[in-house]
Design a protein. Sequence first.
Length: 260
Amino acid sequence: MFIAAWPLAIALLTSMSFPAEPAPLSPREFHRLSRKCAPWVAPSTLAAIAKIESGFETLVAHDNTTGEQLRWTDHLEATRGIKNRLEAQHSVDVGLMQINSKNFSFLNLTPEKAFEPCASLSAAAHLLESRYAGGTTAPAQQLALRRAISAYNTGDVTRGFTNGYVRKVESAAKDITSHLERTLEPTAPDAPHLEASGRKAVPPLLQQSQQANGKQPNQNSWDIWGSYESNRSGADPSGPTGSQAAEEREPSNPNKLVFD
């Protein structure tokens, strides 16, 4: 009887429908959402960060308290999982742009909204804008952008250089820009455009060869194209990096944003 049941069991298993993991956002869809939800930040800048943070997946999270990488196939299941961890006082990075749960209140996010790509992109754009100082020249703007990206990862404008995060985003930006040039229409712009008053435009990440004047920073300034020398930053070299648990790198000011 047991042996005879095997063919039926196999047939039942093969006929069952298992939920498939949601596919990562395509470059075209990511670009469209960026223009719609975060128009004041260059799409390629957001895409470079998303590639490093989530690989363009939407139903993913990282529990900084336990070190777990989390992935779901269903939005409701993902929301329930995050709520359970927040009730346990965990610090969690959530969604497409891996927004830290400690910023939910400031960014008007809920666990449900944090998994929505549009809300995640808008939140990431606000975080970048809040730390982007701008500049009057292209090199100054690029340095300010890299500092903002460092803060996005670590909450500090210098530690993202020393832990390698800024370099990873630079590399991702180079690949993404090349891919966008091949796949998107020539009329699809990468530069930010301001649809909301009062927004600060955050530019694309440019490589050194793309700078208009081609001038290198002098030896007493940040080397935004090479290695960062931590003794020029004024940062504590013994301080925690972005690879450490979020609670170890939280700022002493309780009103200061947590970026990882």
